[in-house]
Write a protein that binds this ligand. Structure first.
Ligand code: PBG
Ligand code: ZN
Length: 321
């Protein structure tokens, strides 16, 4: 085997490659911030004010990162998440600014209610058989309305992350009825109830006031159910499927790959925080660990990789050239 590992031959037999067009950068837009605010649980990441989001995306574009996933943090929260579909809401304004100040960037928006509800759950809540819980069907209309408002503002793709049954079908129908046949759906189709979202909930102020998300997200033990979730979303009209989190779930990435759709993988906040914290302590080589984590996602079957390391990885890819 060592003949194939010689320094000269090795690059020619490499099976997988990471490109800048694989990478999507998640960004937080804060309606109240007046300067980029560091996120304590995710050192190196910021909440951007609306006035700074255009320039921030321009800078990404200049280093070759041409796709972003947007999360909004509104001033006002209520039980119905009404700010989430406000045509002048934080995310709708951010989309317009990016489209005018950084044209040519692919804009993907997270479609969920949890950053906009005062209770912090991903839709409408109500009394269920085991107490207060997320109500599936009453929430579908809400997420469809949110998706349409993002499309109206100019989003290229909407990314529903609420794990409601029927969310992709409801959104596809609403988009088509409103004339947005061109707007794509990248569904968070297989999303686990993971403790790795902890740092994000601080970042996006989307923690819940009671219960947890285990009645709508998948238990980490369940692989067959995980595949059915992506199959359902594929049948409902998703254009791109997603597995989230990334690194602990590579078997699931490989299985979803077989469905024949483009696959996105989200390397989530907790994965970022773990690597970053170890690197800040000098315990690991950050560049080497990050590049290993990303190529392993590719090897497992990822097409797109959503990662808070997108900008750093772009720089590291340049160094390798
Ligand atoms: C909103 C949403 C979450 C993430 C993406 N969209 C949090 C959650 O489901 O609790 C997690 C992203 C990350 O941890 O980086 N539903
Ligand atoms: Zn949510």
């Amino acid at each position: 085997m060592r003949r194939l590992r010689g320094r000269l031959i090795q690059p020619y037999v490499k099976e997988h490659h990471l490109r800048k067009t694989d990478l999507v950068m998640p960004l937080f837009i804060d309606e109240v911030a007046d300067h980029p605010t560091p996120i304590p649980t995710m050192p190196g990441q910021f909440r951007y004010p609306l006035t700074r989001i255009g320039p921030a995306v321009r800078k990404l574009q200049e280093i070759g990162i041409g796709a972003v996933l947007l999360f909004g943090i509104p001033v006002h929260k209520d039980p119905e998440a009404s700010e989430a579909y406000n045509p002048d809401g934080v995310i709708q304004q951010a989309i317009k600014r990016i489209k005018s100040e950084a044209p040519g960037v692919l804009v993907i928006t997270d479609v969920c209610a949890c950053e906009y509800t005062d209770h912090g759950h991903c839709g409408i809540i109500g009394e269920g058989p085991c107490g207060m819980d997320l109500q599936n069907d009453p929430s579908l209309e809400l997420v469809a309305k949110i998706a349409v408002s993002h499309a109206q503002a100019g989003a290229d793709l909407v990314a529903p992350s609420c794990m409601l049954d029927g969310m992709v079908g409801a959104i596809r129908t609403a988009l088509d009825v409103e004339g947005f046949q061109e707007t794509g759906i990248i569904s968070y189709s297989t999303k686990f109830a993971s403790a790795l979202y902890g740092p994000f909930r601080e970042a996006a102020d989307s923690g819940y006031s009671f219960g947890d998300r285990s009645t709508y997200q998948i238990h980490p033990a369940n692989a067959r159910e995980a595949l059915r979730e992506s199959e359902d979303d594929a049948l409902e009209g998703a254009d791109i499927l997603m597995v989230k989190p990334g690194g602990f779930y590579l078997d699931i990435v490989a299985a979803v790959r077989e469905l024949g759709f483009p696959v996105a993988v989200f390397q989530v906040s907790g994965e970022y925080a773990m690597i970053r914290a170890a690197a800040m302590n000098g315990w690991i080589n950050e560049k080497a660990v990050v590049m290993e984590s990303l190529i392993c996602l590719k090897r497992a079957g990822a097409d797109l990789i959503i990662t808070y390391y997108a900008a750093d990885a772009a720089g590291w890819l340049d160094e390798e050239q």
